[in-house]
Design a protein around this ligand. Structure first.
Ligand SMILES: *Cc1c(COP(=O)(O)O)cnc(C)c1O
Length: 248
């Protein structure tokens, strides 16, 4: 596995080229490029289509397969106005998740060629993931697809509102321009993220301490616009509290 360092999780064809090891019997041969869209740790960033197309063309010519980790592809599609199928056609396989922003209780799906899926089914069985009663889960996933996909735009608007209202709170850095979908990354002083997350949780706002200097807030179908305003107020209040405690 070679991880490519990049801004907001989005790399270029040249980054990929630089990461590929040359043909050498000491090295494994590169076989697969994975892209995550939207990118979670990148702050819900959306991959520009032209970057994907260039990477896919380059990979194909080198006999390298393309996989899309599309756990949040619905967010990318709704925000960019590009159908999921347009993204998917650039890849050999794609995984999607129904239980994130889409709001189903459980469930992910894998798509690819018939032979690829037959092979995947074998692996699933081998690892104990086979399930005869999956229809009940599929029903929830279908409901989410039919009723919750288009409303993701509300989550995206709510995320921007959250960022705008938190902007300027002491000790917090947030770039409103970076909020493309339903994820808001808040930068806090290095090492303090767990303290912030604990304090916020005690006040009813649940965020993830994603790195020592980063909090991740996610908007979703269980959070209304009013609650977003309330959460922003709580974050500002905690910011003031931590500021005055550090001063005293
Ligand atoms: C959640 C997630 C997955 C896996 O989804 P499961 O439903 O646990 O299989 C894969 N990739 C990303 C980026 C995710 O956030």
């Amino acid at each position: 596995c070679r991880l490519i360092q990049s801004k907001r999780g989005i790399f270029t064809k040249s980054d990929l080229q630089a990461a590929l090891r040359p043909p050498d019997i000491h090295f494994p041969r590169p076989r697969l490029v994975c892209i995550e869209n939207t990118h979670n740790r990148g702050g819900g960033s959306i991959w520009p289509m032209e970057k994907i197309v260039k990477i896919a063309a380059f990979a194909r010519q080198d006999g390298i397969s393309m996989h899309l980790d599309g756990a949040r592809i619905w967010n990318a599609s709704v925000a960019a106005g590009i159908p999921e199928s347009e993204y998917a056609r650039q890849f050999d396989s794609i995984s999607v998740c129904f239980s994130k922003g889409l709001g189903a209780p459980v469930g992910s799906a894998l798509a690819g060629t018939r032979t690829f899926i037959e092979r995947a089914r074998r692996f699933r069985k081998q690892f104990g993931g086979g399930m005869r009663q999956a229809g009940i889960l599929a029903a929830g996933a279908l409901f989410a697809l039919e009723h919750h996909r288009d409303r993701l735009a509300e989550d995206h608007a709510n995320a921007r509102v959250l960022a705008e209202h938190v902007h300027g709170a002491p000790g917090v850095e947030v770039d409103c321009e970076d909020v493309e979908t339903n994820i808001v990354l808040l930068r806090v002083p290095d090492g303090s993220a767990p303290v912030w997350a604990n304090r916020l949780a005690r006040n009813g706002v649940h965020v993830l301490s994603a790195a020592p200097n980063t909090l991740r807030a996610v908007t979703h179908l269980d959070v209304t616009r009013d609650q977003v305003h309330e959460a922003a107020g709580t974050i500002r209040g905690v910011a003031q509290e931590l500021l005055s405690e550090s001063g005293s």
